[in-house]
Design a protein around this ligand. Structure first.
Ligand code: NAD
Length: 277
């Protein structure tokens, strides 16, 4: 079966179409994968690609209607995808999410912490609330999922974690001091965790996307913001002279989380068209 899917949600319309081929090569066949922040954007593209490769995928987010609709669509295509509405900031909701995973599957093989956003602002105008939101979503929120997933992985003999950084883990953009703080911290935290839990056969890596066409790089009408548009300054930063589509990031994530990368832990993958080189 081959079907096409448009990512089209509340004005965040993406132009990408993804071929759904449930009879794909099965790179993550049978693995239980939790992908946070997968109602839209890169998370949704990863859910699609992992499900195509026959993982049992659990996705979360805060846009319930969209998440349910996307999960239903993927299931109609022969994939196995469950949507659970869970705010990454809410420890109780994250604990409840893991109760659902334990009851349904009894294990978790892959955790991908991709929920996130940026709030660009000039430093002198940055607020404490913005600080808490950015360091919270890219830091504390990961602690909640990790502290649930790691004991399960230890008990079952191993697992894979993919943390989400950004090219801002290494190279600042315009007016994103708190985003840089959070994303640079995520980079070293993933390495630290890999050292601690590698002996338990849990490998933890970090993926750092470059500019990618999602809600983060579009305005509320779904138009690409000028800095990321063709001819804009961001495009010129990339060696490949390309802005990524979500699937460009998702395909790399699939390889990192598959057994083909079984001897790789504590690494940073800059999937950014050659910005951070
Ligand atoms: N798009 C880019 O250019 C780019 C570049 C580098 C890194 N990233 C990173 O990639 C990740 C995904 O971003 P994206 O571009 O796909 O964004 P997006 O706006 O398309 O999607 C964000 C997702 O996060 C979820 N989310 C937001 N707040 C949440 C919360 N409190 N609880 C649970 N879920 C929440 C949303 O439901 C949504 O599914 C983020 O960590 C982001 O920082 C994106």
């Amino acid at each position: 079966m081959a079907m096409k899917m448009d990512y089209d949600s509340k004005g965040k319309v993406l132009t990408e179409k993804v071929e759904l081929v449930p009879e794909g090569t099965g790179l993550v066949e049978g693995k239980v994968a939790l992908i946070t922040g997968a109602t839209l954007g890169i998370g949704l593209a990863m859910a699609t690609v992992f499900a195509q490769h026959r993982a049992k995928v659990v996705i979360t987010g805060i846009e319930e209607e969209i998440g349910q609709a996307n999960a239903a669509f993927l299931n109609e295509c022969g994939c196995e995808v469950t949507y659970v509405n869970a705010n990454a900031f809410n420890r109780d909701e994250i604990d409840a999410l893991f109760d659902i995973i334990k009851e349904k599957y009894g294990r978790i093989d892959i955790l991908i912490n991709s929920a996130g956003y940026n709030i660009p602002a000039h430093f002198m105008e940055c607020t404490e609330s913005q600080f808490r939101q950015l360091v919270g979503i890219h830091g504390l929120a990961h602690v909640y999922t990790l502290q649930n997933a790691i004991p399960m992985m230890q008990a079952q003999g191993g697992g894979v974690v993919l943390e989400f950084g950004s090219k801002s883990s290494d190279r600042p953009g315009d007016y994103d001091p708190f985003y840089c703080l959070a994303k640079a911290g995520a980079k070293l935290m993933s390495k630290s965790l890999n050292m601690e839990f590698g002996p338990d056969n849990i490998r933890i890596n970090l993926i750092c996307p470059g500019p990618t066409i999602t809600g983060m790089t579009q305005d509320n009408d779904g138009n690409i913001v000028p800095a990321f548009a063709p001819g804009g300054p961001v495009l010129k930063q990339t060696s490949l002279r390309k802005i990524a589509m979500p699937k460009d990031i998702a395909d790399a994530a699939l390889i990192i989380c598959s057994d083909y990368a079984r001897y790789i832990g504590g690494l940073t993958y800059n999937v950014d068209g050659g910005i951070v080189i």
